[in-house]
Design a protein around this ligand. Structure first.
Ligand SMILES: Cc1cc2nc3c(=O)[nH]c(=O)nc-3n(C[C@H](O)[C@H](O)[C@H](O)COP(=O)(O)OP(=O)(O)OC[C@H]3O[C@@H](n4cnc5c(N)ncnc54)[C@H](O)[C@@H]3O)c2cc1C
Length: 471
């Protein structure tokens, strides 16, 4: 980077927070999936909204593209530069303050660079609970979650990130600060601008703070790992659990046997509950606001045994047991990655169509690629599946055939009236497929919104929407 430009950035954030030594780029230039590696011109680490604003003003003046990055846990290449040596990475990881808490209104305002785990702790410190949760919560930032409208394991009860955000502060492409940090549950004064930034993957503005909705800390959890022999039975069990447990049903995770076998094989230190063999398992969790003597989960499981929906169950007797169960579920991405050739998807479908979808899509994929390892699991309770793939014999095979694999998968998703992204977003990975399956009018409307908020296209070019110019 030219020294005069570097000096301008350093004057805003300090010399330690402008990194242009390529040997230090690794954590910012290489993504979690090993698919995307691209060197930025520099990494800039602002410490406040004001600093973000001043950096963006300089970038706008110099026509320098900006890729906002949180924890760099994106699974779609969303947080990596799309062209080498030409784009700035704006790392939000220094912005970690709780700027306001209001336990009696159940809200907390935080800066975008707090990790999800840090947000959980801050909420607990004021006697409240923030429910967004998934395997990467130690690194993923709340700003990144907002930008991707992340989902996770508790959407069934609490909704996606969009449902958990009351207000947003964002720096616009010209450096002005949009202050939408309202703590209101109801506000009908016009278009809901905050919702433009949520799910926009850093293409419309840089989220600097968010107002989060908090909840009472659940007094008790009931967790079980159950065995069943088909996704049809899992859908029936879900209906039964919904009818009996209502809003206490927090998580309902369907897992095929192959990914659990990979956890056993590749991560031998992980404790896996002893259960009889079955093609499918469900991890089910209820969160109860009162400590009661009567179990809510047991009658559901008893009735499921009687009607032969499930064949075996391990029931957590303590928080420790429950953590063991969740650790198995959360270790699947690492086990698949260790196995080799792991590629991900995050599709969503109408719940009733999931059994038919799994059967037909597996058949089509294995006919085309008989060597392919399937890793099917996900948040069945909200219709979201991770239909993932591995190729342990030849880790390059899945990468080599990725386009064809995704074509078969997404064509089936489209036939079954689903979406190619339930929670990870589009990034660079699904850009072409999104154009293939989204209605032209939807793309046109998104293009117009982009044009209105970022007319020169400097915010995260090449992600979500095709760029309208060269950089
Ligand atoms: C093991 C593993 C498990 C996962 N499980 C889930 C899951 O269950 N559910 C789920 O939804 N996701 C999951 N993810 C995906 C990922 O963690 C989420 O997409 C997360 O929301 C990204 O947060 P981040 O801070 O890492 O963002 P990054 O990866 O740094 O960025 C992601 C996108 O957000 C943009 N962005 C980041 N911060 C900001 C900001 N402050 N303002 C504007 N734009 C910004 C970036 O430009 C990029 O487009 C998982 C990832 C891993 C590695």
């Amino acid at each position: 980077m030219q020294s005069a430009i570097k000096a301008r950035f350093e004057a805003v954030v300090g010399a330690n927070n402008v990194i242009d030594d390529p040997s230090l780029f690794g954590p910012y230039s290489d993504d979690f999936t090993d698919h995307y590696v691209c060197k930025p011109l520099a990494v800039i680490r602002p410490g406040s909204t004001q600093e973000v604003s001043e950096i963006v003003k300089i970038c706008a003046e110099l026509d320098l593209p900006i890729v906002t990055q949180g924890g760099n846990t994106s699974l779609t290449g969303g947080a990596i530069t799309s062209e080498a040596d030409k784009q700035i990475i704006l790392s939000m990881t220094r912005m970690k303050k709780v700027t306001h808490s209001d336990p009696s209104s159940d809200t907390m305002t935080v800066e975008a660079g707090m990790t999800l785990a840090e947000v959980h702790e801050a909420a607990e410190n004021i006697g409240r609970f923030f429910p967004l949760s998934f395997a990467a919560e130690g690194n993923a930032t709340i700003g990144g979650c907002a930008a991707c409208n992340a989902g996770g394991v508790a959407v069934l009860r609490y909704g996606t990130t969009r449902d958990l955000i009351l207000g947003v502060e964002a720096v616009l492409a010209d450096g002005r600060i949009y202050n939408g940090l309202r703590r209101l549950r109801k506000d009908n004064t016009g278009y809901d601008l905050k919702d433009l930034f949520v799910g926009s993957e850093g293409t419309l503005g840089i989220i600097t703070q968010v107002v989060l909705k908090l909840f009472p800390i659940p007094k008790e959890k009931e967790t079980a790992f159950v065995c069943l022999d088909s996704p049809e039975k899992a859908v029936e069990l879900l209906a039964k659990a919904n009818a009996s447990a209502g809003s206490s049903l927090t998580a309902f995770e369907l897992i095929s046997s192959a990914p659990i076998e990979r956890v056993v094989k590749y991560l031998p230190d992980i404790e896996v509950p002893q259960l009889s063999e079955s093609k499918w398992k469900v991890l089910i969790e209820l969160s109860l606001e009162q400590k009661g003597e009567e179990s809510v989960l047991m009658p559901i499981l008893e009735s499921a045994f009687e009607s032969e929906l499930i064949s075996d169950a391990a029931i957590a007797n303590s928080i420790g047991d429950s953590k063991v169960f969740w650790h198995v579920r959360e270790s699947i991405p690492l086990a698949d990655r260790t196995a080799g050739g792991s590629i991900h998807s995050d599709i969503s479908l109408p719940i009733s169509k999931i059994p038919g979808f799994i059967e037909i899509t597996s058949q089509r994929l294995l006919e085309a690629y008989p060597w392919l390892g399937l890793s099917i699991y996900g948040h069945l309770g909200d219709g979201n599946l991770h239909f993932n793939f591995v190729s342990p014999e030849d880790p390059k095979a899945t990468y080599h055939h990725e386009e064809g694999i995704r074509d078969i998968l997404y064509t089936a998703v489209n036939e079954f009236e689903g979406s190619i992204s339930a929670e990870h977003g589009i990034g660079m990975l699904k850009l072409e497929h999104n154009y293939q399956f989204k209605a032209p009018l939807e793309i046109e409307l998104m293009d117009r919104i982009k044009e209105a908020l970022d007319p020169h296209g400097i915010l995260n070019p090449g992600k979500l929407l095709k760029p309208k110019r060269n950089y």
